[in-house]
Design a protein around this ligand. Sequence first.
Ligand code: ADP
Ligand code: MN
Length: 173
Amino acid sequence: MGEARRPNLLVTGTPGTGKTSFSSLLAEATGLAHINVGDLIKEKKLYDGWDEILECHILDEDLLLDELEARMAEGGKIVDYHCCSFFPESWFDAVIVLQTNNSVLYDRLTSRGYSGKKLENNLECEIFQVLLEEARESYSPNIIRAMPSDTIQDMNNNVEIVQQWLQARTPSL
Ligand code: ADP
Ligand code: MN
């Protein structure tokens, strides 16, 4: 028998909730591979134009899915992205939605240089729990887990929780 495929995790949430920080810490702790989808899109130019209002590239979803497919089949990936509805449901064993208090998120996004419409859109996205809703529409409720991401303590707790889940699921980890 070959080795069991290690689980794939999706880490999603509004920009600024801490997906990349959490994913890299989790990758370090577990040996899973962190895929920063935003970086991958830029690096491989997987876009199709520029959105003037949101000030971001318009993603070419098909190119991205093609790019990721073989890696996801290998297993053991942490996919870090602020969107989750267009990934195949079968890719993920767990979907983590990070959540941040609005005043904390405001500070993080302004210090990242966000302002105007872009800042407003992202804060609204968090207030209305858009990513949690999107996850619920796309994945089975029993694999979705919303986690607070206000403090470093939260981030460390979340790593611990996911590690325990991984160990319970695959005792050889
Ligand atoms: P995302 O990838 O979701 O856009 P980042 O991981 O880039 O978010 O984090 C945005 C900012 O918030 C960074 O400056 C990071 O250091 C900080 N940060 C992220 N998560 C936390 C947390 N749980 N507690 C405190 N600061 C955090
Ligand atoms: Mn990020």
